[in-house]
Design a protein around this ligand. Structure first.
Ligand code: SF4
Length: 383
C-alpha cells in the first residue's frame, strides 16, 4: 500500500523526464543550487569541499539501496500513500554543481559516519539557537514552496461535507484510493441527511476498497447524523464543534478548517510527524505538542500551506523507509541528510508521484497543478 499503481502508460520516471521541457531544472540541479547557496553563506574555511579521497570512500560505504518491494494490498486493506514532486526553480546549467560534489561540500560524510548515520536519530545542528532554528525552518518552508508551488489537499472534494467525509475515509489508506471511491458515495448520498438515512450495508459495499470499511461506514453515517441533527445539515466551521463529530479528531478538523473554510491549521499526519523530527524542528512525539511546537516557528498565516508542503515532501521525496536524500532539494538544510539514499541516480529512482513519473493522487486536481504539468490520477479500474 502507499505505492501508487500508475495504471497508465507512463510507468517510469525516465519516460517522464524525457518528456519534460528542456529548460526545466532537474532535482540534481536544484539540490546543487541549494547546497551552493548554503555554502556561499558560510565562511571560506567552511566552504572547503571534502577531500576527494574522503568523498569517494563515503560514497563506497553507502549501502546499496534496492527498489522498495511492491506491497501487497489485501482486499479491503489500505494502500500506503507515499508519492512524489520535484524542483522547478530556474537554475543555469553552467552554475549548477554536480549534486554529489555539492552535497559533499555542504556536508562531508566519512565512511564511518555514512555507516552509522542511518541507525541513529538525526543530530541537532551544533549549537543551533532558537533564532537560527526559526530561520532554518522558515527557509525549508520557502524552499519547499518553490519545489511544490501547486501543493494542495490531495483529496477530491466539493464543499466542506465532502472534504470532511473524504478525510475520515483517508485514514490508513491513500488519498488516491479515497478519490477513486468517493464519487460513487457522493453520487448516491449527496447530503448529510442522505448519508444519515443510508443503509449501512450498502455504504459498506461502496467503502470496501478504502479498508476498515465497517468502522468507516459507522463514522461517516454517525457524523452525518450529527450534522443533520445538531448543525442543520451544515459542517460547523469551529474546531470545538468539529472534534465532537464521530471519527473526527484535530487532524481531520484542521484539514477541513484549512481547506474548506480558509482558517489556518497545522495537519499533523504521519508524514508531518516524521519530517519535522528529521529536521529537528521539535523533539515532541505527541501530535498536539508537535502542532504547538511547529506552530510557534511560523506565522499563523503559513500554517495551512506549510502542512501541504511538508506532507507533499514526505509523500514524494522524504519517505519513511527510503528517503531520497541524493535528490532532495533541501538536503543542505537537513540534519538527517544521509538517512536515505545519497547517490543522486539511485535517489531519483525513489521519487514518487508526478515527480517520479506517476500521476498525482487527485482525479480532479486544481488547475494550477495541471498548468504546472501535473497529471490527474486514473479512475478506479482504468487500464
Ligand atoms: S532526510 Fe533526506 S530526503 Fe528527507 S529532508 Fe533530509 S535530506 Fe531530504
Amino acid at each position: 500500500m502507499g505505492e501508487q499503481d500508475p495504471g497508465g502508460s507512463n510507468k517510469t520516471g525516465k519516460t517522464d523526464e524525457k518528456a519534460a521541457p528542456v529548460k526545466k531544472p532537474t532535482l540534481a540541479e536544484r539540490a546543487a543550487y541549494a547546497a551552493e547557496a548554503v555554502a556561499a553563506r558560510k565562511p571560506a574555511s567552511a566552504r572547503k569541499p571534502a577531500p576527494a579521497k574522503k568523498a569517494a570512500s563515503a560514497k563506497k560505504a553507502a549501502p546499496t539501496k534496492r527498489a522498495a518491494p511492491a506491497k501487497k494490498a489485501a482486499a479491503g486493506e489500505a494502500v500506503p500513500a507515499e508519492t512524489a514532486v520535484s524542483a522547478d526553480r530556474a537554475v543555469s546549467a553552467k552554475k549548477a554543481v554536480p549534486v554529489k560534489k555539492a552535497l559533499a561540500a555542504a556536508k562531508p560524510v566519512t565512511a564511518k559516519k555514512a555507516a552509522t548515520v542511518r541507525k541513529t536519530a538525526p543530530k541537532p545542528p551544533a549549537g543551533e539557537s532558537r533564532t537560527a532554528l526559526v530561520r532554518r525552518a522558515r527557509r525549508i518552508n520557502r524552499e519547499l514552496a518553490e519545489v511544490y508551488p501547486y501543493a494542495h489537499p490531495e483529496l477530491d472534494f466539493a464543499g466542506p461535507f465532502q472534504l470532511l467525509v473524504a478525510t475520515v475515509l483517508s485514514a490508513q489508506t491513500t488519498d488516491l484510493r479515497v478519490n477513486q471511491t468517493t464519487p460513487a458515495l457522493f453520487a448516491k448520498y449527496p447530503t448529510p441527511e442522505d448519508l444519515a438515512a443510508a443503509n449501512p450495508e450498502e455504504v459498506e459495499e461502496i467503502l470496501r476498497p478504502c479498508g476498515f470499511f465497517r468502522a468507516k461506514t459507522r463514522s461517516v453515517i454517525g457524523l452525518s447524523k450529527a450534522l443533520a441533527e445538531d448543525f442543520g445539515g451544515e459542517v460547523p466551521g469551529r474546531l470545538e464543534d468539529l472534534v465532537k463529530l464521530p471519527g473526527v479528531g484535530r487532524k481531520t478538523a484542521f484539514v477541513v478548517l484549512g481547506n474548506a473554510f480558509g482558517r489556518p491549521g497545522i495537519t499533523v499526519d504521519t508524514h508531518f510527524q516524521r519530517l519535522v523530527r528529521r529536521w529537528r524542528w521539535t523533539e515532541e512525539t505527541d501530535p498536539d505538542k508537535i502542532e504547538a511546537a511547529v506552530g510557534a516557528l511560523f506565522p499563523k498565516s503559513d500554517w495551512t500551506d506549510l502542512s501541504h508542503h511538508v506532507i507533499w515532501h514526505g509523500r514524494r521525496i522524504c519517505h519513511a523507509r527510503k528517503p531520497a536524500c541524493g535528490a532532495c532539494p533541501i538536503a543542505p538544510l537537513c540534519p538527517a541528510y544521509g538517512e536515505g539514499e545519497t547517490d543522486a541516480d539511485k535517489a531519483k529512482k525513489l521519487l514518487k508521484y508526478e515527480k517520479g513519473g506517476f500521476p498525482g493522487q487527485r482525479l480532479n486536481p486544481p488547475q494550477a497543478y495541471l498548468d504546472a504539468g501535473g497529471r490527474p490520477a486514473p479512475p478506479l479500474g482504468a487500464a
